[in-house]
Write a protein that binds this ligand. Structure first.
Ligand code: AMP
Length: 282
């Protein structure tokens, strides 16, 4: 496995692989790799000849009061996991390499970041757009794989790729969960034993809402209020719990037959913020 911390050698490597007729699959991550990340790497391996993984904790996507400093970093273990999966190349740039210049340009997002995580984390998706835009220009992959775990990220990146004509196909991998349903996340490492026990309640609420919708509940306001109270009674603090249109990412009050929706929630358990979602067609 080749490990690159600088851009030019990685570009030469990729040019060479492409000249050999190989397709390139790319999986961007912030490291501290778990089975969720590894599932995306496996998916990339199925769909492309060569797989490049980036491991970079992107400071641009953390707010001033967020966990950038404490975000788990486990590069040695991550490299071993990549090696075990026969990843071909890993890109581990420094901040100097990624942002070592005066930044004059930003990309603004219109509407798509108004709700869901964008509603709670100002600047978050602009930070993601910057780094993924740069990474796609550096790696120039044929496919790039992202997780449904961050569904709003996927939809905004799909829009970026379309509007800015990136020559890449985005692939969305399903959410990988622990046995009790908790979506795997690098941030789960912050949970103490008691918090970890409470954490799957978010997914259970989303599943309950999904079931009620499948059974025909088309105006979900009361259902949502009820599930919020349930979660609060278990000691979880709700950031949001709502149903959003799959295309516009706006909250919906009434569901319409044969349209797609995202049932999504974010909660605080202690200081840890967890997110989860279920995609559903009504
Ligand atoms: P991160 O390292 O948190 O930036 O995540 C890197 C990629 O892994 C993103 O595309 C995430 O959506 C994806 N991911 C994170 N958690 C999971 C999970 N539990 N299952 C599948 N993909 C995930």
């Amino acid at each position: 496995m080749d490990i690159f911390s600088e851009i030019d050698p990685l570009r030469s490597y990729i040019k060479k692989k492409k000249a050999e007729g190989k397709t390139i699959g790319f999986v961007p991550t912030m490291g501290s790799l778990h089975e969720g990340h590894l599932s995306l790497i496996k998916l990339a391996k199925e769909k492309a000849d060569e797989v490049v993984v980036s491991i970079y904790v992107n400071p641009e996507q953390f707010g001033p009061d967020e966990d950038y400093e404490n975000y788990p970093r486990e590069l040695d273990a991550d490299l071993m996991k990549c090696e075990d999966l026969n990843v071909n190349a890993v890109f581990t740039p420094s901040d100097e390499i990624m942002y070592g210049y005066t930044q004059h340009l930003r990309i603004e997002i219109d509407e798509l970041n108004r709700y869901i995580d964008g509603g709670s984390r100002p600047g978050f998706f602009e930070g993601i757009i910057i780094v993924v835009n740069k990474l796609l220009n550096i790696v120039e992959p044929d496919i790039a794989v992202f997780g449904q775990k961050d569904i709003q990220q996927f939809i905004i990146l799909q829009q970026m790729v379309t509007e800015f004509n990136h020559d890449v196909n985005l692939v969305m991998g399903p959410i990988i969960r622990a046995n009790d349903g908790l979506a795997l996340s690098s941030r789960n490492a912050y949970l103490n034993q008691d918090e970890r026990q409470k954490a799957p309640s978010l997914f259970r609420s989303l599943q309950y809402i999904e079931k009620q919708i499948s059974d025909g509940v088309g105006t979900p306001a009361l259902l949502l209020e009820h599930q919020k109270s349930e979660l609060e009674s278990k000691g979880l603090e709700i950031d949001y719990l709502n149903i959003f249109d799959r295309k516009t990412l706006k909250p919906v009050e009434m569901l319409i037959k044969s349209k797609s929706y995202i049932i999504a929630g974010a909660v605080y358990i202690g200081d840890t913020r967890l997110i989860d979602n279920i995609l559903i067609e009504f």
